[in-house]
Design a protein around this ligand. Structure first.
Ligand code: SF4
Length: 459
């Protein structure tokens, strides 16, 4: 039996087996940002320790940065303080900082790949739960907590249990108007939000093979291939010349073997996937855009209480259509869908057709990085979006988690291309989030309610 990508990368990065049975894994790349690093640096200093590998550590600012204006000092004194602390820490420890001044800032999971830092066969960690994004390159990418950020700063290693590997094959083709976001929401909906606990998911199949790197970053953890190598070639911090050729050999060697031994394999037909909308309080509670809110009987006993909680919180009842749900805010952005190609797809659908955002909807387009924003402005996308009623903002996490001024208020409903719909996630303790693809968010903004983008845009 052959070996999986996960097993190969895991074994090659194992430094030791700990008395607990866990493995101590070398981290090839540590991405840090302003929210989960300050306490970690303080703990390091209290113990008189240095950052062991500053050249493997890279910083940016994303969660707290305002997207209306990035001018300093920020009006939120806490946000300003976090910036000051991050700036001091990177200076003190000699860490490369992707700052706003240099025009390199952005969401940590957008900037890492954009710079060419994220590469196949690596181990990558970051104090953010969506670090799995980097798995799109065939890297083991781990979201870690603050005390683990401290551990990695001090030792460049993490203690970890080895996971089982589930291969998820998406076969055939996606139908028009169905995107990578729908693929990922469909899979989470099918396997459950806890279905992946204890597993690494390796995505495969024709649908994934055809995806661009941007699309794969919406899905995560894919074997590296020509698409990956082409994406990396020539990026600022990816290997160059002979080093690139050597890296290529390593990248090829970590691909899963044809006869690799998986714990199990799940097959999903690409043709069966519809545009998906979440209706509940976790990303697994979703339906196709023309579906209805499922009844309690559709859930296992363990999931029923969360479903009941979701009906109440979202003010949605079993049997109700998701289509037609009124929205107040539309947000296109985040590390899953704040890349240039996401905005270009929306523009392709709306440009020159006279579409306008409904007057009662606040529609925001938030680039994942300053580089994405610059490219949008150079191409005149800001004007097209502006004419249609979408406001182009500065780069940041924005409404994905609302640790900045971009928040819902009261019971507002947000059509959002982000990746979390937990209670209160977008800043208002009673605010409601419906996750969907950027095209579906744009359609909802224009219709003022959840609608089928395929019909509205004639896809
Ligand atoms: S966009 Fe959301 S998930 Fe992504 S890094 Fe920011 S807060 Fe985390």
């Amino acid at each position: 039996m052959g070996t999986t990508l996960y097993d190969k990368v895991f074994e090659r990065h194992t430094v030791a087996t700990l008395p607990s049975g866990q493995r101590q894994l070398l981290m090839g790349l540590h991405l840090i940002h302003e929210v989960t690093s300050p306490q970690a640096f303080s703990m390091l200093e209290q113990r008189g320790l240095e950052v062991l590998y500053p050249d493997r550590t890279f910083a940016t600012v994303d969660h707290i940065i305002p997207t209306k204006s990035q001018l300093r000092p920020f009006s939120d004194s806490l946000a300003e303080e976090m910036m000051v602390v991050l700036e001091r820490n990177v200076r003190k420890h000699g860490i490369r900082y992707f700052s706003t001044d240099k025009g390199e800032q952005g969401i940590v999971h957008v900037v890492g790949p954009e710079m060419g830092l994220t590469q196949p066969g690596m181990t990558i960690c970051c104090g953010d739960s969506h670090t799995s994004t980097h798995g799109a390159f065939g890297a083991i990418a781990l979201g870690i907590g603050t005390s683990q950020v401290r551990d990695v700063l001090a030792t460049q290693t993490l203690a970890m249990d080895k996971l089982k590997v589930r291969r998820i094959e998406v076969t055939g083709k996606l139908r028009p108007g169905v995107y990578a976001k729908d693929v990922t929401l469909h899979i989470i909906g099918k396997l459950g939000v806890n279905g992946g606990v204890g597993y690494a998911y390796e995505y495969a199949g024709e649908v994934l093979e055809r995806m661009t790197m941007d699309e794969r970053m919406t899905v995560c953890y894919v074997n590296p291939d020509e698409t990956t190598y082409r994406y990396l070639e020539g990026r600022e911090l990816s290997p160059k010349g002979a080093a690139f050729r050597r890296a290529l050999e390593y990248w090829e060697s970590v691909r899963s073997d044809r006869d690799a031994d998986y714990h199990d394999v799940v097959v999903i037909r690409g043709e069966d996937i519809e545009p998906v909308v979440t209706w509940g309080i976790n990303p697994g509670q979703s339906v196709g855009v023309n579906g209805v809110i499922p009844p309690p009987s559709a859930f296992s006993e363990g999931e029923r209480a969360t479903a009941e909680e979701a009906y109440a919180y979202m003010s949605l009842a079993p049997g109700q259509k998701i289509r037609g749900t009124k929205i107040d805010v539309a947000f296109i952005g985040s590390c899953t869908n704040g890349r240039l190609s996401d905005f270009e797809e929306v523009l392709r659908l709306i440009r020159g057709k006279g579409f306008k955002v409904k007057p009662h909807v606040r529609a925001m387009v938030v680039p994942g990085s300053q580089a994405v924003r610059r490219a949008m402005i150079e191409k005149g996308y800001d004007e097209v979006f502006g004419d249609a009623g979408f406001e182009l903002r500065e780069a940041g996490c924005s409404m994905c988690l609302a640790m900045n001024p971009d928040k819902l208020s009261g019971r507002e409903v947000c059509a959002s291309s982000s990746n979390r719909n937990f209670k209160g996630r977008q800043g208002a303790p009673t605010g409601r989030t419906l996750l969907m693809s950027p095209a579906m968010v744009a359609a909802a903004a224009i219709a003022g309610e959840v609608t089928d983008a395929r019909e509205l845009f004639g896809i």
